[in-house]
Design a protein around this ligand. Structure first.
Ligand code: PMP
Ligand code: GLN
Length: 378
C-alpha cells in the first residue's frame, strides 16, 4: 500500500514516555497530572454507572452537559451558544480537531499553522489532502508578527489554527493579537480553529482571550477545549467544542460517523460537577503555584527562562549547559540523569533546534523538587 502519511512517525509522547518508563526516570515529559482528580468527581462518575447511565448518549452529547457548558461560556466570554445547535461534546480535543479539519478542509486547501505547534494538527491536514502553510515564530519570545502572517493568506486558505495558552511554549495571545487576527480574517471565508484546551490554566491575573469573545472572529470559529486538562482526568478523553450553528452542523456530520457519541457516565458526572465554578476558576492559581514552586527550585541552575503565561508547561533554555541538539539532550537526561522532558524541536518547522526543553509541571511538589535537584546539578 501507499502510506497516506509517509513522513509521520510515532509521536514524541509515546517515544519519550516509553523511554522514561524503561529507565525509571522522573517523568516531566507528556502533559498529565501525577496527582488524583477530585474524589467528588470520581464519585459522581461511579454513581452515574451505578445508576444505570451506561448506554449511548445522544450524538451531540448529554443535554444537561451542553446546557451547563453554554451557561459557562456565556458567563466567561459573553457569547451565547445554543446548546441544541452550537455545542458538541467530543472525545477529547484531539477528536474535535481532527473532525473539524476533515469537515472543512478539501483536497488542495491551505491551512495556516503557527510553528511551533502541537503535533496533531498537521497529520490531520495531510491525511485529508490539505496543505499546511507555516508561519514560523522565533525563540525566545515566539511573538506573532501579524504583518508576516498576513502574507501567508491566499485564495486557497480555508482555515487558520491557533492555540492559546500555547503548548509547548506556554505563551498566551493578548487581546491585541486576537484583534489583529480578527481584522486580517474579516471579509474572508476562512475558518478559525481555536485550540483552547488550557483555557483555565492562565497566570498572573491575565484573562484568557478566547475566540468566542470577539464578535466577528466568533462567527467563523470552532473553539475546542478538554476536560482532561481542566479536571485532571486526561485519561477520560472528553472535551467540548462550540461553533455557530452553520459550522456546527457540518462538524456534526463528521462527528456522528467518526465517534458518534462519547462515554455517558462521565458526561453525567461533568454536568453536575461543572455547576460549581470554583472547580475551574481556581485552576490558574493552583497551577501558578506549581509553576512558581518549580521555577523557584531551579532559580540557581544554569537554565534560563521566562515564566510560562499559561498551560502546564515551562520551556527552559539550556544554552549555558550544552550545545547538543535538544532531542539528543532529552535522551541523555533520561539515560544518565533519570529525568524526562520533551524536545521543543519536535514542534518546530523542520525540527529547528531552539535549545529549549519542555517540562510539564502538573506534578506533585515532591516530584518537582526531585526534578529540580537533577536540573540544578547540570
Ligand atoms: N491540543 C493541545 C494544545 C494539547 O496540549 C492537547 C493535549 N495534549 C490536546 C489538544 C488534546 O487534548 P485531548 O487529550 O483532550 O485530546
Ligand atoms: N497533550 C499532551 C502533551 O502535550 C500529550 C497528549 C498525547 O500524548 N497525545 O504532552
Amino acid at each position: 500500500f501507499h502510506s497516506k502519511l509517509p513522513n509521520v512517525k510515532t509521536t514524541i509522547f509515546t517515544i519519550v514516555g516509553d523511554l522514561a518508563r524503561k529507565h525509571n526516570a522522573i517523568d516531566l515529559s507528556q502533559g498529565f497530572p501525577n496527582f488524583e482528580a477530585d474524589p467528588e468527581l470520581i464519585e459522581l462518575a461511579c454513581k452515574a454507572m451505578r445508576d444505570g447511565h451506561n448506554q449511548y448518549a445522544g450524538m451531540k452529547g448529554l443535554p444537561e452537559l451542553r446546557e451547563v457548558l453554554s451557561d459557562k461560556i456565556e458567563k466567561q466570554h459573553g457569547r451565547y451558544y445554543s446548546p441544541e445547535t452550537e455545542v458538541t461534546v467530543v472525545a477529547g480535543a484531539t477528536q474535535a480537531i481532527y473532525t473539524a479539519i476533515s469537515a472543512f478542509v478539501h483536497v488542495g486547501d491551505e491551512v495556516i499553522v503557527l510553528k511551533p505547534a502541537y503535533d496533531c494538527y498537521e497529520p490531520a491536514i495531510e491525511v485529508n489532502g490539505g496543505i499546511t502553510v507555516h508561519v514560523e515564530l522565533e525563540a525566545p519570545n515566539y511573538q506573532v508578527d501579524w504583518e508576516a502572517f498576513k502574507t501567508k493568506i491566499s485564495a486557497k486558505t480555508r482555515m487558520v489554527i491557533i492555540n492559546t495558552p500555547h503548548n509547548p511554549i506556554g505563551r498566551i495571545f493578548s487581546e491585541n493579537d486576537m484583534l489583529q487576527l480578527q481584522e486580517i480574517l474579516h471579509d474572508t471565508n476562512i475558518i478559525l480553529l481555536s485550540d483552547e484546551v488550557y483555557e483555565h490554566i492562565i497566570f498572573d491575573g491575565e484573562v484568557h482571550q478566547s475566540a468566542s469573545r470577539f464578535e466577528d472572529l466568533a462567527t467563523r470559529s470552532i473553539v475546542c477545549s478538554s476536560f482532561g486538562k481542566t479536571f485532571h482526568v486526561t485519561g477520560w478523553k472528553i472535551g467540548y467544542c462550540v461553533a455557530p450553528a452553520g459550522l456546527m452542523k457540518e462538524f456534526q456530520k463528521v462527528h456522528q460517523f467518526n465517534v458518534f457519541c462519547v462515554p455517558r457516565p462521565v458526561q453525567h458526572a461533568l454536568a453536575t460537577y461543572l455547576k460549581t465554578e470554583s472547580h475551574y476558576l481556581d485552576l490558574g492559581a493552583f497551577y501558578q503555584q506549581k509553576r512558581d514552586f518549580f521555577l523557584d527550585a531551579i532559580k540557581n541552575s544554569l537554565f534560563k527562562f521566562t515564566p510560562s503565561q499559561g498551560s502546564f508547561f515551562q520551556i527552559l533554555d539550556y544554552s549555558d549547559i550544552s550545545d547538543e541538539r535538544d532531542d539528543a539532550l532529552v535522551k541523555h537526561l533520561i539515560l544518565e540523569h533519570k529525568l524526562a522532558s520533551i524536545p521543543v524541536s519536535e514542534f518546530n518547522l523542520n525540527h529547528r533546534n531552539d535549545g529549549m526543553l519542555r517540562f510539564c509541571f502538573a506534578k506533585k511538589e515532591e516530584t518537582l523538587q526531585e526534578a529540580a535537584e537533577i536540573l540544578n546539578k547540570l
